[in-house]
Design a protein around this ligand. Sequence first.
Ligand SMILES: Cc1cc2nc3c(=O)[nH]c(=O)nc-3n(C[C@H](O)[C@H](O)[C@H](O)COP(=O)(O)OP(=O)(O)OC[C@H]3O[C@@H](n4cnc5c(N)ncnc54)[C@H](O)[C@@H]3O)c2cc1C
Ligand code: SF4
Ligand code: SF4
Length: 440
Amino acid sequence: MSENQHAPAVCLDETRYDVMIIGAGIAGAESALKLGDMGYKVLLVEKEPSIGGKMILLSKVFPTLDCAACITTPKVSETARHPNITIHTLTEVETIKRNADRHFSVQLTKKPRYVVEKDCTGCQECENVCPVITKDQFQFNLTARKAVYIPFNIANPRIALIDIENCMLCGACEKACPSNCIDFTQKEQKLDITAKSVIIATGFRLFDPISIERYGYGRYKNVITSMQMERELAPTRPYNNVLRPSDGKIPDKIAYVFCTGSRDHTVGNPICSQVCCMYSTKQAQLLMGALPMADITLYYINIRAFGKGYNEFYLQAKDMGANYVKGKIGKITEKENGNLILRFEDVVTGKVTEREHDLVVLSVGILSNPAIAKVFKDEKLELDPINYVQQPNMLQSPAQTSIEGVFVAGTATGPMDIPDTIMSAGAAATETSSYLKRLS
Ligand SMILES: Cc1cc2nc3c(=O)[nH]c(=O)nc-3n(C[C@H](O)[C@H](O)[C@H](O)COP(=O)(O)OP(=O)(O)OC[C@H]3O[C@@H](n4cnc5c(N)ncnc54)[C@H](O)[C@@H]3O)c2cc1C
Ligand code: SF4
Ligand code: SF4
């Protein structure tokens, strides 16, 4: 069943689509809107409980410092309301096979929410009474959530779900729900659909710095990731200020470690993630605004400020007082008071130096998300050497993949920022439309 809560009553065959888009981040949503506006019938499949991908969780965006939520929220609600777009959240693609008529037969698995979607008003009464407290993955473990929860304030759809693995099955939410929509009998559903074309918009994974032991992430509480800092700076942030996790102190000496998990053969990711220099520079500017007395030092290898207005944005951060140090961090150690000692070779002076900071932010890289290749059963989706979706005709037709009728959008092709993601999604929509015209 479609989750479009405000869509006008149009007659939709819920099993036949012009295009299925896999992944409802900003790339998937943009391609869906473009194709929906052209009159194509679009199915948008998202494995998470909300659409919006990573962008909906960001603070502000470089280089304009516009509020990320203010840009993403209208786009995702337009997507959700669009009469030509059907959305399935908590849904994954199991198999894609080619039919004799060149269309694709797709099997989907939709996980249960244990909440009747059409009846949930998002009132959160269930959350108030749930006795379970567990880590909140949408705040990147900075805070806790309940077992029954709405993913985050601006989630779309804004509907509760039950994390059944952590649920005690006490029934408190069921008793508290004024709409009577908790349903523990819901089961996983298999859905069979056909689509004339497919767009892969499955985005990227974040590098998990736990594998770089010398940085102490996971052991030292005051070593956090840039995505955690995004949440600390976002309007829907977990605390009302930027705090360091060990003791809730407002930090005054913050360090950034660039290229964590990027340009690093030892972790299997030799390429540049393209956005980390700029998002760290953005966070430095936001921190200098939020904590005017704080000292912000950014340890970098090279600054990649290649886009329109990006070099000026970097120079602006320097003018504001951000301290850029050219040097690769060798090791981080923790002091008893939770402060951190960073050991590095200063490339300018050639000296091995140590400096103390009270919060360290690891500028984590972007990794490929290649699992989607496995769902194609009778044709091979080629991947590039870094496991991003291969673009066999990158210069002339960047959205083409190795399979006819299957296109690719956004960071599923490689690291990129939001402006490039939007352009890539537009290109994928245009190429899909041309393909559909040729097919008919
Ligand atoms: C810390 C940080 C800060 C950033 N700040 C900025 C900034 O200020 N400005 C800027 O321009 N860029 C910024 N970026 C980059 C920006 O986040 C990306 O350009 C953008 O999010 C890419 O969107 P996407 O749709 O390609 O991918 P994603 O946001 O990753 O979306 C992919 C979607 O696909 C879904 N999905 C994945 N696999 C499947 C599957 N098998 N089935 C169904 N669904 C699936 C995912 O759940 C997700 O919703 C930042 C990145 C990071 C990490
Ligand atoms: S499940 Fe019930 S109590 Fe929970 S948000 Fe939905 S309507 Fe409210
Ligand atoms: S049944 Fe599960 S989700 Fe509902 S209140 Fe109890 S623990 Fe929380």
